[in-house]
Design a protein around this ligand. Sequence first.
Ligand code: G6P
Ligand code: ZN
Length: 543
Amino acid sequence: MTILTISTKLIEGQKPGTSGLRKKTQVFMGPHYLENYLQATWEGIGGVVGKTLVLGGDGRYFNDRAAQVMLRMAAASGAKKVIVGQNALLSTPAASNLIRKRRADGGIILSASHNPGGADGDFGVKYNVANGGPAPEGVTEKIFAATRTITEYKIAETQDIDLGTIGTSQLLGMEIEVVDPVSDYQELMEQLFDFPAIKALFASGFRVSFDAMHAITGPYATAILENTLGAAPGSVVNAIPLPDFGEGHPDPNPIWAKELMDTMFADDAPDFGAASDGDGDRNMIVGRGIYVTPSDSLAAIAANATHVKAYASGLKGVARSMPTSRALDRVAESLGIDCYETPTGWKFFGNLLDAGRATICGEESAGTGSDHVREKDGLWAVLFWINVLAVRKISVADLMAEHWKTFGRNYYSRHDYEAVDSAAAQKLVDDLRVRLPDLPGTDIAGLTVEAADEFAYDDPVDGSRSEGQGLRFTFDGGGRIVLRLSGTGTEGATLRVYLERVETDPAKMHDDPQEALASIIAAAEALAGIKDRTGRNAPDVIT
Ligand code: G6P
Ligand code: ZN
């Protein structure tokens, strides 16, 4: 077996975004594309000599091929060991757990998360560091810099490595350990949650529908919900992971998980519905006849944390990304704990979790998690909810009604304009940025601007500063608009408009969010001229 040294040259555009490098699958399959990026990753992290890495992915098209390349390149560059999920599968939170549990130096996750897969879909590669979380910006910048100076990469010449059989093998002195993707994760969940209480709930006839969206959580949810906790067979739907996710869009929101919404709004709806995304880190929570927004779910989880075994002694603090609704802040205030506001991207929670400043974190983009791993965790959120319902003997609808009564309701919605012309989107943001200092005190569509700024974050743990993290506008009376460009798209630009308004009148807790937000929606249009500038009449996706 030999090590090949292949000459290569700079490939433009290998800049990691919000969550690793994400491109069209065909781009990743292009000559030297994946290889360049992996070699740059090795260089960006100071080499892999003597290191132990974890490897897994969400099973999308090209996952299996990319895993073989990663193993051959890790061996060629002197890695000591790679721990890989069977058939190169690991959900993102399970990968995070394995990195931590096995004290690995880091890991490679092959995923484009909730983006569609398949030959014409998206693919992605993400590097996670030793704490199990996504590489911080300092590391991704070094990886990007290395993609710009690369001249060669090293790869072992070998037959395909058998990843279907659990056990260990050697490749050029590097050990490859193939592990069951589910068991370590399941063990962690058993430590966190009251499995006997959940079992009793299912035994009493409580019905659940979990939509795995033909993605990675299928095997995890089947093993845990059905085989261990006793949910009825068939509770997990779309449970077999497929390389193209059944031609679906594995993003758990009311648009893409419509099948689940239909189930949960039908006359004979189960008690609880949930879904997760391509790589298992996002979640969606639905009760019978009620969709819980991610921001509300986060707030409810924080408010009910002491009902759950692992969090019974209380929370050290909580954190949310800036565009996430401020429902969490109201809970934190009443609990007397800190609530941190970070830029979009799970990586910004890592330091807060490591430093013990936050126990639970979440984002409006359907990510919720805690200090049990360093990624958001879809199935964790689902089990958290079911655990709370089991202990409190309450329905989702009643729990949310009670929550809003106690804390007020932060009506919230996100409007996305997808695949917009990049220059037009950038200009929209740039033009608005210039106007920021003049806006406070002015009237926009009948609302008075209280404050307007561009969000920058000073990490309280390591002192690093991240600028340009979204434009935000608050209005008298508790309204807020945030505008930012997505960092995860692969086509043109995606403009995200986040809309929020707090309501404290007990008689107005059950309105339609789009109607409750009508004045804020009008203000966003008046402020940014979105229709004119994007040429769109309406958002492509409303969540
Ligand atoms: C990924 C990240 C999240 C982030 C989301 C939206 O899922 O892991 O942390 O909130 O993308 O990012 P975007 O830049 O597209 O709004
Ligand atoms: Zn994801």
